[in-house]
Design a protein around this ligand. Structure first.
Ligand code: GLC
Length: 527
């Protein structure tokens, strides 16, 4: 890792989130999200000394390290689980274990499933313990019992231990699930907020430089409460999950109305709500769209969702440029999520496979447009490693029995260093994407309108395929436009008078009528 830091610095990265690297069981560990020891680096990955050395090197380069804190569960091979299996009451009490099915059955009545296909049900029978254990995620991930205060105290100890090693950002994994109560859906309960609030207070006292990033993959209306209030804050930042989902939905439908609405919701939130914007991460894309808004726009939520996951599955689906896979298809609810890398979902893989250069070129344009739209939004931008060189899906996970059932491994392939070299070679996909992103990142650093205090709002373009964000800083003004369609489109941004200049093309434009080429993005500064 340390040997590769120049590659990160070349991208001027300031934040690095490494996937879980703490001690985990092998081979089944849910990508490291089943933790066996919260204070030890997995020996297959490295040592604690190496982690400390890495955090020091990163800090010299102005990069903050982010690690996951898996609060909701431990691996069933964690010391506590092992001792619980041996019948030690002290440790059984740290999980939610039941002798009969009575309570588990009551829970199942109201508790939805997270992995209905890959890990159905919310309880697992443990033969050694003769108990049913609550396992919201995989059967080998035992949910912790936060009703027992020892659990919270111990977990705080683990977090501070990692902070002492130089970890500056904690991604609190699966936060909404940490508190369970019979008769509820066991998500987003008020006690969850008390726990996050306590965590924030403790960090502020002990290591105030540390940042909490919440992983709250929930409906838009559930998100703002995770920031707490200005007086009683909880998370410093959250994943902009809904923005991400709406970006992909707009790409498939060529319709940005839902995306615009989502942005309007974000812009109406208090200033303490700070989102991490991203296109892809290690997880699937779950199609949690705002149903009320869909209905207002006369979009059928179920049909819309089915269209989206089939579209991104690609294959023979009509007019799809994407190559991806379904994730956790639930035949009962007809719910499914989507997997794939940005490049594959945007058409580069299909074009490459069919040897069609025009398709590849359009795929690149689509990728860059998606990044440009994402970077125009309010918040912090996170890039998924590999996206900067247009890494495509990797189907090798199917050959490995440990990963074959989990299609998220489609976009979790090892980083391709040989392809990264091609970023220096004009004419390659890697060169085009790398340089396209670099240009956007430079403008983002230079322009005041991208600064922290910028005023941000959406703008009506009179064309549902063209998305617009207006940013202002004092008298400066910048209009970010993105055409989500493969056809040329005209945008009409009335009431914006005067002359603007497109930072990318240098063209002089009037905003009341702007021509946009297929998948073109423009960032226009007012002259
Ligand atoms: C989070 C992680 C995901 C993992 C789950 C269970 O959602 O992002 O990868 O499977 O938590 O820990």
């Amino acid at each position: 890792m340390i040997e590769h830091l120049d590659y990160l610095s070349e991208q001027k990265i300031t934040y690095l989130h490494l996937m879980p690297l703490l001690k985990m069981p092998h081979p089944y560990n849910d990508g490291g999200y089943a933790v066996e020891d919260f204070k030890q680096v997995d020996p297959e990955i490295g040592t604690n000394e190496e982690l400390e050395k890495l955090t020091k090197e990163l800090r010299k380069r102005g990069i903050s390290l982010c690690l996951d804190v898996v609060m909701n569960h431990t691996a069933d091979t964690h010391e506590w689980a092992m001792r619980a299996k041996r019948g030690e009451q002290e440790y059984m009490d740290r999980y939610q274990c039941y002798e009969t099915r009575e309570i588990p059955d009551q829970f199942e009545k109201t508790m939805p499933q997270v992995f209905p296909e890959t890990a159905p049900g919310n309880f697992t029978w443990c033969e050694e313990m003769h108990r049913h254990v609550l396992t919201t995620f995989y059967p080998y991930q035992w949910d912790l019992n936060y009703h027992n205060p020892k659990v919270f105290n111990e977990m705080i100890g683990n977090i501070l231990y990692l902070a002492n090693m130089g970890v500056e950002v904690f991604r609190i994994d699966a936060v909404p699930y940490i508190w369970k109560e019979l008769g509820t859906n066991c998500r987003n309960l008020p006690q969850v907020h008390s726990i996050v609030r306590m965590l924030r207070m403790i960090l502020e006292m002990v290591c105030p430089g540390v940042i909490l990033k919440g992983e709250v993959v929930m409906e838009p209306k559930e998100l703002p409460v995770y920031f707490g209030t200005e007086q009683e804050p909880e998370c410093h930042m959250l994943y902009g999950v809904s923005s991400m989902v709406n970006l992909w939905a707009a790409l498939a439908t060529r319709d940005t109305r839902m995306l615009k609405h989502q942005m309007d919701v974000i812009h109406s939130l208090p200033k303490n709500c700070y989102f991490v914007n991203y296109l892809r991460c290690h997880d699937d894309i779950g199609w949690g769209l705002d149903e009320e808004q869909e209905k207002k726009l006369e979009i059928d939520p179920i049909q819309h969702k089915e269209y989206l996951y089939h579209f991104f599955e690609g294959g023979t689906y009509p007019y799809s440029f994407a190559r991806g896979e379904l994730y956790n298809y639930d035949p009962v609810t007809k719910d499914a999520r989507s997997c794939g890398t940005t490049a594959s979902l945007c058409g580069i893989e299909k074009g490459g496979f069919e040897g069609d250069l025009e398709q590849v070129k359009q795929g690149i344009q689509r990728v860059l447009m998606m990044h440009a739209a994402c970077m125009s939004m309010e918040g912090f931008v996170m890039l998924s490693s590999g996206d900067e060189i247009g890494q495509v899906n990797d189907y090798n996970y199917k050959k490995n029995p440990d990963t074959a059932a989990d299609s998220r491994y489609l976009h979790r392939s090892p980083f391709q260093w040989e392809n990264a070299e091609k970023r220096k070679k004009p004419g390659t996909v890697q060169y085009a994407i790398w340089n396209g992103l670099k240009q956007m990142e430079e403008f983002r650093r230079e322009e005041n309108c991208f600064g922290e205090t910028a005023g941000i709002s959406t703008w009506d373009t009179g064309n549902s395929s063209v998305f617009a964000i207006r940013r202002t800083a004092g008298r400066e003004e910048l209009i970010c436009l993105a055409n989500f369609s493969e056809y040329g489109q005209n945008a009409w941004l009335n009431c914006l008078e005067g002359e603007y200049e497109d930072l990318f093309t240098g063209e002089k434009l009037e905003m009341n009528s702007v021509w946009m080429n297929p998948y073109q993005y423009r960032w226009c500064v007012k002259k």
